[in-house]
Design a protein around this ligand. Structure first.
Ligand SMILES: [Mg+2]
Length: 306
């Protein structure tokens, strides 16, 4: 800006004076009174003010840039850290579900609280159905390889709860198994007889029957209290034409599912049935005596039945 001024002696002195004034409180009254005495100095002072204002603006812009840079860096770091924690939880829940389905984790009572969203997403987000479809393809591939005899003794066993019909709507209210099993609550739900069919299993059921198999529905539900509503439920959902629906009678009360179901299968085999396949969502449906020629475990990360 000095190039705008003529380099005369007064200007030079003015330059010095203004510099001193600036050094000692540029806006002080004394400084202003000195400046006021000279038009050249006033111009000079005004130019200094203009330059100062421009510099202040530039500094402000730089400060804003620095602030924004720091802000975005911190925000990105936080987002990354949140995503990283979420990924860790998902990884843990994946491992947990695999361990549960493989029966490496046993006698568990509740889903880990941190896996609530994971199990919800798995059950409701479409992956559960996809897994079922893949299993059904395997079941059918196996079933189609069997030469069904004409004696009507080629049998197939299907569990009921979360095999033929779904309790996911009930478990939704129980935080997908994060809450402990509620005997009265489940009984009240089952009594309504409103469990929807699990569509891939219903398709399998019909194909097995059309293929000449005798399908036996075997459940640990109590015959006395849940007998009629269970029959109504499965039939209203399309499971018709089964050979037998076996429920737990007083004689088997208190027995584990594995023991009780083994005993029923033993009786079926003694009657002459050939159990080619056995499908259930619990390991206790498939373990024990006479499990069947092949067993198929359906996914269920919501609860464990011994
Ligand atoms: Mg079941």
């Amino acid at each position: 800006f000095t190039s705008n001024l003529s380099l005369s002696l007064p200007v030079f002195y003015g330059h010095i004076l203004v510099t001193i004034c600036c050094y000692h409180h540029i806006l002080s009254k004394r400084c202003y009174s000195i400046l006021k005495s000279s038009d050249v100095l006033i111009t000079y002072y005004t130019q200094i003010q203009a330059v100062t204002t421009t510099m202040a603006r530039q500094i402000r812009v730089v400060v804003i840039f620095i602030y924004l840079a720091i802000f975005f860096k911190v925000s990105l770091a936080r987002t990354y850290s949140r995503a990283s924690i979420q990924q860790e939880v998902t990884n843990y829940c994946l491992s947990w579900r695999l361990a549960v389905e493989a029966n490496n984790v046993r006698a568990w009572r509740t889903v880990p609280m941190r896996c609530l969203r994971y199990v919800e997403t798995y059950m409701m987000g479409g992956q559960y159905e996809k897994d079922l479809e893949l299993i059904m393809d395997q079941v059918l591939s196996y079933a189609n390889s069997i030469d069904v005899a004409k004696d009507g003794m080629d049998a197939w066993i299907l569990d009921i709860d979360d095999t033929c019909i779904s309790n996911v709507l009930y478990y939704k209210e129980k935080r997908y198994g994060c809450d402990p099993f509620d005997v009265a609550g489940f009984k009240s739900w089952a009594t309504k007889g409103q469990c929807p069919a699990i569509r891939p299993v219903l398709r399998l059921f019909n194909k097995l029957i059309n293929g000449g198999f005798k399908v036996i529905l075997l459940t640990g539900r109590d015959n006395e209290t849940l007998g009629q509503c269970t029959i109504n439920n499965v039939q209203s959902q399309g499971f018709v034409g089964y050979e037998r629906l076996v429920m737990r009678t007083a004689a088997y009360k208190g027995q584990s599912a594995a023991t009780y179901k083994s005993e029923i299968r033993r009786q079926l085999v003694e009657e002459g049935y050939r159990i080619w396949g056995n499908v259930g969502d619990q390991w206790s449906d498939l373990q024990g005596d006479f499990p069947g020629n092949r067993t198929f475990k359906l996914p269920n990360p919501m609860y464990f039945v011994p």
